[in-house]
Design a protein around this ligand. Structure first.
Ligand SMILES: O=C(CO)[C@H](O)[C@H](O)COP(=O)(O)O
Length: 260
């Protein structure tokens, strides 16, 4: 049966397809989390089938690990892999410096550890995630469960003392119960509106007792691949300043859907 991709899925898939072209035989790869990253895992499995690549992958969440394993990719722990060549992941927001907000899917801690243990991090996204100033998307902050309410109070006090618009830290829920990350922690979502100084905010947040990590990725992302619904992709590299355009042809759509 032939299934049709929605324009947003086409955009994500186009970005994913371009990004997996960066993968070479023998690489150790970090696999991101989220719907865009899931397209990348499918596109990667397709490349492995077609080109016989031998890869070692590290997943940034249990669900990515499960998908990758189901699709026949070799998944090991980060400690088993050691240093990685490349991590490909999605993002919730990115700006012109390729500073990111991540963690909408709740995997920010493992995502940051994996991305920073990689030579290169490439973000795949659709164009809607690009912003002039970060902060429209609520900033996720991972806190340990013990004493989380004091961590929230201290976080809100910190935000009041800083030049940020929003000061509310909402506990992320999963229905009636708090959302729990793969590492067993809670997430506070900060509705800030605008983050004028991401570096200062990130450093300050990580000083709050109980905060494990926040979703600001600063100086971590090397390139972004932006996909569009018609298959166009734009790839921007922060170090070289290069911008490349290409068009992805979706002739293997059925193969991708075969795996879902
Ligand atoms: O940071 C993330 C998960 O923690 C995701 O990369 C981010 O939420 C983007 O997800 P999607 O591709 O589904 O929009």
């Amino acid at each position: 049966m032939s299934l049709q991709l929605t324009p947003i899925d086409r955009a994500k898939y186009a970005a994913a397809r371009r990004a997996v072209d960066l993968v070479e035989d023998g690489m150790k790869l970090g696999l991101g989390t989220g719907s865009t990253a899931a397209w990348m895992v499918r596109a990667l499995a397709e490349r492995v089938r077609e080109d016989g690549l031998r890869l070692t992958c590290v997943a940034t969440s249990a669900r990515t690990g499960q998908l990758a394993t189901e699709l026949g990719l070799k998944v090991v722990t980060l400690d088993e892999a050691g240093w990685l060549d490349l991590t490909i992941d999605g993002a919730d927001e990115f700006d012109t410096d390729l500073t990111l907000i991540k963690g909408g899917g709740g995997a920010l801690l493992m995502e940051k550890i994996v991305a920073t243990a990689s030579d290169r991090m490439v973000v795949i996204t659709d164009a809607s995630k690009e912003v002039k100033t970060l902060g429209h998307f609520p900033l996720p902050v991972e806190v340990i469960r013990f004493g989380w309410q004091s961590s929230r109070m201290l976080t809100e006090e910190l935000l009041s003392a800083m030049d940020v618009m929003g000061t509310q830290a909402a506990l992320r829920m999963n229905g009636e119960t708090p959302f729990v990350t793969d590492e067993g922690n809670y997430i506070l979502d900060l509705a800030l509106g605008r983050i004028g100084n991401p570096r200062q905010l990130s450093l300050a947040l990580n000083q709050v007792p109980g905060v494990v990590e926040n979703g600001l990725f600063i100086d971590i992302c090397d390139a972004v691949v932006i996909g569009f619904g018609d298959g166009r992709v734009e790839m921007r590299d922060i170090a070289s300043g290069s911008v490349e355009h290409e068009k992805i042809v979706f002739e293997d759509e059925d193969n991708i859907f075969r795996d879902i």
